[in-house]
Write a protein of this length. Structure first.
Length: 267
């Protein structure tokens, strides 16, 4: 079947995650399947990352299989005409017939936004932490994460017992942007809730409740499960990277928190 690679952005606030669940739950994949079926009669849609309820995406990738070839620009326009306002297909390109959005992906990039102030407009896209945070301590702890580690301490207990907890993390970056602390992590795959638990642990480092050494100990095999989990509101699936692709977007907020106000002119 003709196959197309879709790049999609969505605000996850209203949805029960990406994956269609076969019930009345509103999911991103469910809306895409419904729209594609109306346009093409028969369609298969599969995503590269199964984002949880409330998690957003600025660069989710999905494959679309349909019975007859179609113009990619028309695919984009027709799908967007039928999709709700908080799901948008950025682009469609023809892919190899065997292309699979999830299986062919080599790396996934997630970005998390922590706000140091209460924000009226950005509340659905940040985790507001009232306490003072030491970004340098958080950055030093984050530097311990890249590499091959056992992330059992940062995985949800509901993961199957026989599923590996070993993940190779390519990078974990931190930047400050005004009142935001922005974290970006890149890896081949992630365990369920792994990113949000890592962010929650780094927040404890920033608060001064957890040392870098204690954080590093959580990366060792058989470490006790770290219970706190950061809320989904601040998490974005930023990009999916495939063979021969390079992701070089500067580390910056996806939804910024602007704090500049007019100042009195100086004479």
């Amino acid at each position: 079947m003709p196959t197309y690679k879709l790049t999609i952005e969505y605000e996850g606030t209203r949805f029960s995650g990406w994956q269609a669940q076969g019930n009345t739950a509103k999911t991103v994949q469910g809306h895409l399947i419904k729209a594609a079926t109306r346009v093409f009669g028969e369609a298969d849609v599969g995503g590269a990352g199964r984002t949880d309820a409330g998690v957003h995406a600025s660069g989710q990738v999905a494959h679309l299989r349909i019975r007859k070839p179609a113009d990619p620009l028309q695919i984009t326009r027709k799908l967007n005409d039928l999709l709700p306002h908080d799901i948008h297909v950025l682009r469609s390109v023809r892919a190899a017939d065997g292309f699979h959005a999830r299986h062919d992906a080599e790396s996934r990039v997630y970005l998390y936004q922590i706000s140091r102030r209460r924000a009226a407009f950005a509340k659905p896209f940040v985790w507001w932490i009232k306490d003072s945070l030491d970004a340098k301590k958080m950055r030093d702890a984050a530097a311990l994460v890249p590499g091959r580690h056992d992330f059992s301490a940062f995985s949800d207990k509901r993961i199957a017992e026989d599923e590996s907890r070993i993940v190779v993390v390519e990078s974990f970056e931190l930047a400050e942007a005004g009142d935001l602390i922005v974290l970006r992590i890149t890896a081949s795959h992630f365990l369920w809730k792994m990113v949000r638990k890592l962010v929650a642990a780094l927040a404890e480092v920033g608060r001064g409740n957890l040392t870098s050494e204690a954080f590093g100990a959580l990366l060792k095999p058989k470490a006790a499960n770290f219970q706190p989990t950061a809320p989904p509101s601040g998490l974005f699936l930023e990009a999916i990277i495939y063979r021969d692709e390079v992701f070089d977007r500067p580390l910056q907020p996806i939804v910024p928190v602007v704090t500049d106000v007019p100042r009195r002119k100086t004479k």
